[in-house]
Structure formats: structure tokens, C-alpha cells
Design a protein around this ligand. Structure first.
Ligand SMILES: Nc1ncnc2c1ncn2[C@@H]1O[C@H](COP(=O)(O)OP(=O)(O)O)[C@@H](O)[C@H]1O
Ligand SMILES: O=C(CO)[C@@H](O)[C@H](O)COP(=O)(O)O
Length: 500
């Protein structure tokens, strides 16, 4: 037998899938780790937890699922994006990783735009939002100069994991574009940006294509994990790029709707000159010389998790979510705006906070659950509308992530998008994308498109229901007003908390 491993290094857990030459997931193991929020807006993880979690999952694949290490021919990765990992001259981690959903960097964001304005957006094709890596580097430089001065390299989460498994430093373009430090079209670190913000060019790791072979599993990691050092390691990609590949989004008529901790609406870009002026993210793809754009809802599955953890901690997740089907479309007049950790798209506002609007004494808990599912999809619809304003047309939305496990949520997506929604047979978007990078890297297929034909299979189709579409259209008109009408109140309340 011959397998590849797709390592999906997520925010809540790492999932490792063993995939055969036909794209069948023969075994899968995962391991959850903690998120540390030491202050409002802060979000950190210990990089060592990623390494231990991945190793536990691999050991379980070998011992529990009887995947023989000599059969594992390749490994690649899908990684949570943007997180800053700082290493010293001995490649030791200097501080906890500052993650994509950490919003402490509003001042640095303003500073960057003040210094470079549109030039910055023209080079990186993105605004320097709080979640991205450059503002995090500048925050450390300003607030922890001793640490910054010891730093000789920075990496992103899955690059650190790959380093620990191979001893090789590098970063692929799809993840590097999320640092907002590369010239996206020129495919290189931007000297202008590094020089302007005093980031030594030597801190930037070598750039790789996602399918590039970086080396074999090192002897020391093989001894630690039970892997064999014949296993070839390929660079891997940003989770959203891998999610798109694993969901077969290889043409611009399809849109990806991903409900993980964060939510993503993503489009394959045929035209690299399209300009969203930073309102949407524009990134290098894991497919060589291709691009994609996306809008991110910071708290998608996270909103649902928060509600469940707070009000129904002991219930089974699926049972809890399915209670939404006992509430009607529109949740008896309850709307939820999912801005509970700030927002990125379409409102790049780290200080906005969420709301329930239309609370009524007759509403039940099921209305709240449904309102959360609906509010997240209304936020996705806002992003979809931005694509449509630029002339995009879609006939299919492919739904991935934990949220795609729920039939009621899939139907809500079809009704709010007014588009056919499909789920995947192997609901493993990013992990499958990672496995596909290894399969192409090994030469099992010539291109990712060829690999998709063998690996990606659609499952159920959810079609819009006309009456629901009409009602959701009316509700979306109301939902769209929430940001403008609550922004000032949210900002005042956040300042109140900060002053305590
Ligand atoms: N059975 C379920 N039905 C609907 N949503 C679910 C279910 N199980 C988990 N989720 C949602 O999926 C999210 C996790 O998705 P996942 O793609 O695994 O996230 P990540 O890669 O960000 O860790 C959770 O935040 C949760 O809200
Ligand atoms: O910040 C972004 C994309 O720009 C997030 O999508 C992260 O990449 C984390 O994703 P999940 O852990 O929610 O999948």
C-alpha cells in the first residue's frame, strides 16, 4: 500500500488523515489543544502543542489504525494562517504564537497605512488588518523589543511544524501572502515593506511552492513519532487555499463556504488584476501561479461554540445544533450579528461586537440557536454580495468545515445565498487539500486538477426553497443595517471594559 498524510493544523485541533491513491481516507486521528486569551483581543497558542498534538495523532494512526510507517510515502500540510512564530538563532521559540484571531494590533495597522497607504495595498493586495502577520511583528518590536532583537526568523504555524519534522525552514506562497509582506504578483518578499518597517530581510524564510519537496522526515522526528525517514515532506499551504483545493474549487463559477472556527467565503480568481481595494483578501494560491480572494467572518463556528459552551455545555453538539430546525425561518424575529471577536469582512473593525436584535419574551432557546446559524450565513452573504458587485456569478457553493456536518445549516446556506449548496463526501476540505499537495508532489498526478478528479466527490445537494429565499432576502436587508447602527454603541462598551 501507499498513503499520503494530510495534516490539517487548525485553531481548535490538528487532524491527520491517511489517504490512499484513490483519495479514500483510510484513517484519521485528531488532537485538540488550547487557545489562550490572556487579555481582551489577545489569542495565543504554544507552538509546542502543535508539535505534540500532531505527533500524538500520527502515533495513533500507526498504533491504533495500523497504518504502517513504511507505507506513508508523503506528508503535506494545511495550516491556520497568519500566526506569528518567532525563533532565535538556535531556532528556539521565543514567545507564544500570536494567532490570526488576535486583534491587539490596531495601532500597528493604522501606522502601516499612515506610512504607506495605497502603495501597501498595491504590493500586498491586502490591507494590513489586525490579524495579519506584519502588524504582529511590529507589535512585538514595539512592546517586546528584547524578544524582537533576539529573533532571527519568523514562521507561520504549519511552517514551524514542518521545521520540527524535517529541520528545514521555509514558507509557501499561499501562507506567505497572508503575512502582508510579499509582493503577491512578483512572488517575492517585498524589500520596500521590510525596509520601511525595519524588518531585517534575513528574518524572512525561503519561499516555496505548496507542492515543493522540502526534504524527508528527519531521523530525530522519525524516532520520536514512529514515522520512517523515507517519507517525503511537501511544503503545504494556507488552510483556505487547501480547503479550496480539497473542495474542488478550481474554477470561478464555484464559491467555497467554509464554516470552521472562522468562516470563509472564497473565490478562485481567473483575473489577477481584479481589485477589491483591500476590502476582501487577495492571496497567492497553493496552485502554482494562481490566486484566490476571500472574505473572513472572524467568529463563525466560534459563535456557535461560545453559545453552546455558555448555555448548553453538557449537550451533544449535533443534537444541540439540530434544535434549530424546530424554529422557523427568521427565528421568530431574532437576528444575530456574529461580531463577537470583532470582524474582518466586510467590516474591518476589531472593536465591533456582536448583538442579538429583536429579543422577545416568547422566544425559545431553539430560536437563539437558529438565529446564530442564520446570522453567520447573513455575514457570508455580505461577502458574496461584494463578489457579485465585481461581476462574479456563481452556480454552486461548496460547503466545508465543521458547519457542513449540519443539514439544517446547509439548507440555510442554500436559502440565504439563493444558490445550490453541495457538501463533500469526505468532509475534510483542508486536510484533503493537504493530502492532494503530497499526492501531486509525489508525482501520483501531474496537476492538482487531475488529482481533484480522483479525490474530490460531492455528496448531497441543497437547493434554495423559494419561500425561504424571499423571507431571508427581507431579513438580510434588516441584518445589513446592524453594523452601522451598533458600531458606536459597541465601541463605547469596549472602551468601558478597557477603562475598568
Ligand atoms: N455537528 C456539528 N454541526 C454543526 N456545526 C458543528 C458541528 N460540530 C462542530 N461544528 C462547528 O464546526 C466548528 C469547527 O470546525 P472545523 O472546521 O473543525 O474548525 P477549525 O479547523 O477552525 O478548528 C466549530 O466551531 C463548531 O461550531
Ligand atoms: O485568518 C484566517 C484567514 O485569513 C483564518 O481562516 C485562519 O486561517 C484560521 O482558520 P480556521 O482555524 O478557522 O480554519
Amino acid at each position: 500500500m501507499s498513503y499520503v498524510l494530510g495534516v490539517d493544523l487548525g485553531t481548535s485541533a490538528v487532524k491527520v488523515s491517511a489517504v490512499d491513491r484513490h483519495g479514500k481516507i483510510v484513517a484519521q486521528e485528531s488532537y485538540a489543544y488550547d487557545l489562550h486569551q490572556p487579555a481582551p483581543g489577545y489569542s495565543e497558542q504554544n507552538p509546542e502543542d502543535w508539535v505534540s498534538g500532531t505527533t500524538v495523532a500520527i502515533v495513533r494512526l500507526i498504533l491504533n489504525d495500523h497504518i504502517r510507517s513504511e507505507d506513508i510515502d508523503g506528508i503535506s500540510y494545511s495550516g491556520q494562517m497568519h500566526g506569528l512564530v518567532l525563533l532565535d538563532e538556535n531556532n528556539q521559540v521565543l514567545r507564544p504564537a500570536i494567532l490570526w484571531n488576535d486583534t491587539r494590533t490596531s495601532e500597528q495597522r493604522t501606522e502601516i497605512m499612515r506610512a504607506m497607504g495605497d502603495d501597501f495595498v498595491n504590493i500586498t493586495r491586502n490591507e494590513p488588518l489586525e490579524g495579519f502577520t506584519l502588524p504582529k511583528l511590529l507589535w512585538v518590536k514595539e512592546h517586546e523589543p528584547d524578544i524582537f532583537n533576539q529573533a532571527t526568523t519568523f514562521l507561520l504555524p504549519k511552517d514551524y511544524l514542518r521545521y520540527r519534522m524535517t529541520g528545514k525552514l521555509g514558507m509557501d506562497y499561499s501562507d506567505a501572502s497572508g503575512t502582508v509582506m510579499i509582493d503577491v504578483i512578483g512572488h517575492q518578499w517585498s524589500e520596500v515593506i521590510c525596509d520601511r518597517f525595519g524588518i531585517p530581510r534575513s528574518m524572512c524564510p525561503p519561499l516555496l511552492e505548496s507542492v515543493d519537496y522540502v526534504g524527508n522526515i528527519s531521523t530525530s522526528y522519525a524516532a520520536f513519532s514512529g514515522l520512517d525517514n523515507h517519507t517525503k515532506v511537501f511544503a503545504g499551504g494556507a488552510d483556505n487555499a487547501c480547503g479550496a483545493i480539497g473542495a474542488g474549487i478550481l474554477k470561478s463559477n464555484m464559491v467555497l463556504s467554509s464554516i470552521g472556527t472562522s468562516g470563509v467565503v472564497l473565490k478562485f480568481e481567473d483575473d489577477p488584476t481584479v481589485n477589491y481595494h483591500g476590502q476582501l483578501q487577495f492571496e497567492n494560491h497553493a496552485i502554482p501561479n494562481a490566486y484566490y480572494s476571500m472574505g473572513v467572518t472572524l467568529a463563525a463556528g466560534y459563535s456557535l461554540n461560545w453559545f453552546k459552551k455558555t448555555f448548553a455545555p453538557d449537550e451533544d453538539f449535533s443534537d444541540f445544533v439540530s434544535t434549530a430546525s424546530s424554529a422557523p425561518v427568521g427565528s421568530h424575529g431574532l437576528l444575530f450579528a456574529p461580531y463577537i471577536v470583532g470582524e474582518r469582512a466586510p467590516y474591518a473593525d476589531a472593536d465591533i461586537r456582536g448583538s442579538f436584535i429583536g429579543l422577545d419574551g416568547t422566544q425559545k432557546r431553539s430560536d437563539f440557536v437558529r438565529a446564530i446559524l442564520e446570522g453567520i450565513v447573513f455575514s457570508f452573504r455580505d461577502i458574496l454580495d461584494l463578489f457579485k458587485e465585481q461581476g462574479s456569478q456563481f452556480d454552486t457553493a461548496v460547503s466545508i468545515g465543521g458547519g457542513a456536518k449540519s443539514a439544517v445549516w446547509l439548507q440555510i446556506q442554500a436559502d440565504i445565498f439563493n444558490t445550490k449548496v453541495v457538501s463533500l463526501k469526505n468532509e475534510q476540505g483542508p486536510g484533503m487539500g493537504a493530502a492532494m499537495l503530497a499526492a501531486v508532489g509525489l508525482g501520483w498526478f501531474d496537476t492538482l486538477a487531475d488529482c481533484a478528479k480522483e479525490f474530490v466527490h460531492f455528496d448531497k445537494v441543497y437547493r434554495p426553497i423559494t419561500e425561504n429565499v424571499r423571507n431571508y432576502q427581507k431579513l438580510h436587508e434588516i441584518y445589513r443595517q446592524i453594523y452601522g447602527k451598533t458600531a458606536d454603541l459597541s465601541h463605547q462598551l469596549l472602551n468601558f471594559r478597557r477603562d475598568l
